[in-house]
Write a protein that binds this ligand. Structure first.
Ligand SMILES: Cc1cc2nc3c(=O)[nH]c(=O)nc-3n(C[C@H](O)[C@H](O)[C@H](O)COP(=O)(O)OP(=O)(O)OC[C@H]3O[C@@H](n4cnc5c(N)ncnc54)[C@H](O)[C@@H]3O)c2cc1C
Length: 134
């Protein structure tokens, strides 16, 4: 398995540094939580404040609650776990070409041109998914 990202890490990113219970459960399934021990803290409620008005709601009624964790630590923990799971990680590498030939996708990333499955996890405004329609 090959994981590429055009960024290098650690990188700065706007983030509230909070993980909701569903995200925490996914990270638990992936085996990422042990690497966050000592760098995360349980979050029991959220409070939004604007123009002197605030609203508060509890989170984390599930078995595993919400967590506060530094984003750079989360990135580090994900990279660590990927390495442990035998994933080949290439950073600073951009996916540019995504083609569909005979119903099969092909991508051009540093000599790797074919894959059984391509997961485009390149953000909300995914350029890779947009190219899929061409
Ligand atoms: C101010 C702010 C605060 C936030 N706070 C929180 C919070 O507290 N908790 C929370 O859960 N969410 C928070 N979010 C939302 C959260 O940041 C996003 O939902 C999340 O980052 C989306 O993850 P993603 O993996 O889909 O995309 P991204 O985090 O954007 O990751 C996409 C990755 O793909 C890479 N990439 C893009 N194009 C290519 C390409 N062509 N080739 C190779 N690599 C590529 C990028 O370098 C990037 O690393 C916040 C967002 C903002 C704006």
């Amino acid at each position: 398995m090959l994981l590429i990202d055009r960024s290098t890490f650690p990188k700065r990113k706007s983030c509230g540094e909070g993980l909701f219970p569903r995200g925490v459960a996914e990270l638990a399934d992936l085996g990422v939580l042990p690497a966050l021990e000592g760098f995360s803290a349980p979050v029991s409620s959220l409070r939004f404040t604007m123009d002197g008005v605030s609203a508060e709601a509890p989170v984390g009624r599930e078995v595993r609650g919400a967590l506060g964790v530094q984003r750079s630590r989360l990135d580090e923990a994900l990279m660590l776990r990927a390495g442990e799971a035998g994933v080949e990680v290439r950073l600073g590498v951009e996916a540019r070409e995504l083609r569909r030939i005979d119903g099969r996708f092909s991508i051009d990333v540093e000599g790797v041109t074919d894959a059984r499955m391509i997961v485009a996890a390149d953000g909300l405004r995914s350029g890779v998914r947009a190219r899929r329609r061409r």
